[in-house]
Design a protein around this ligand. Structure first.
Ligand SMILES: *Cc1c(COP(=O)(O)O)cnc(C)c1O
Length: 232
């Protein structure tokens, strides 16, 4: 069997097992196949094998791929940093944006979503590890941002996303996933999300099982599906 298809099946099985072992419904967890720097042919193979959601990090690369694969059934998610001058592409090309982290970007996304008569699903990226080099709103500023997002009718605020500090042992990442879950529970109770069943985008190739145990609904897996990415 094709390696990508085999990897997809293995990952899906691990997702289902992780969910079942902690009493969650496996269907409540969606796999985002992270396809940054992965060639079109590999994406097509995964799509043909039934993979629906793909995550991209670089706007121009994503734009080219989306255009070329416009006849596919792919649901595109944006998971990279968004410069404000790329807000138009972000608001018009993607089903869900995982990386909303500032008011200025929210304003721009809302404006372009309105112009194209769309509602854009967004997740707020939280820098739970408070790392200087990382994007994301700081945990103690997240509530202020979420409050102001209520003013943007073309954004559907559906949950939170995080990129925790890198650790070789996934158990060491667990507290960061847990923190994101606590924040989201708090914000859900305050009515900041457009749905009570909010999304938690967390977990990558090395730690998605731990993320599922802590409540992830979207796991973003690249290397474990497509293999090592070509260097930038
Ligand atoms: C690249 C990337 C991933 C996937 O990482 P892997 O370790 O290859 O699974 C997930 N999330 C984000 C935001 C990424 O940039």
């Amino acid at each position: 069997m094709n390696q990508i298809v085999e990897n997809l099946q293995k990952i899906r099985k691990r997702i289902d097992d992780a969910a079942t072992s902690c009493g969650r419904d496996p269907r409540s967890i969606r796999l985002v196949a992270v396809s940054k720097r992965i060639p079109l042919a590999a994406i097509e193979q995964a799509s043909t094998a039934g993979q629906i959601v793909f995550g991209e990090n670089y706007m121009q690369e994503a734009k080219d791929k989306i255009e070329k694969l416009k006849d596919s059934k792919i649901e595109w998610h944006f998971i990279g940093h968004i410069q404000t001058n790329k807000a138009k592409d972000a608001a018009t090309l993607f089903d869900t944006i995982h990386t909303l982290d500032r008011l200025k970007l929210a304003k721009a996304l809302n404006q372009y979503a309105e112009q194209s008569a769309r509602k854009v699903s967004v997740l707020v990226q939280v820098n739970v590890g408070k790392e200087l080099q990382k994007a994301g709103v700081l945990p103690d500023q997240a509530e202020t941002l979420l409050k102001s997002l209520q003013d943007f009718p073309h954004l559907e605020v559906n949950g939170l996303m995080t990129m925790p500090p890198y650790k070789s042992d996934p158990e060491e990442v667990r507290p960061y996933f847990r923190r994101l879950r606590q924040l989201a529970d708090d914000f859900a109770a305050k009515g900041f999300f457009s749905t009570p069943r909010y999304e938690l985008s967390m977990g990558m190739s090395g730690d998605f099982e731990v993320a599922i145990e802590e409540g992830a609904t979207l796991v973003r897996v690249g290397t474990a599906i497509f293999g090592q990415r070509p260097p930038l």
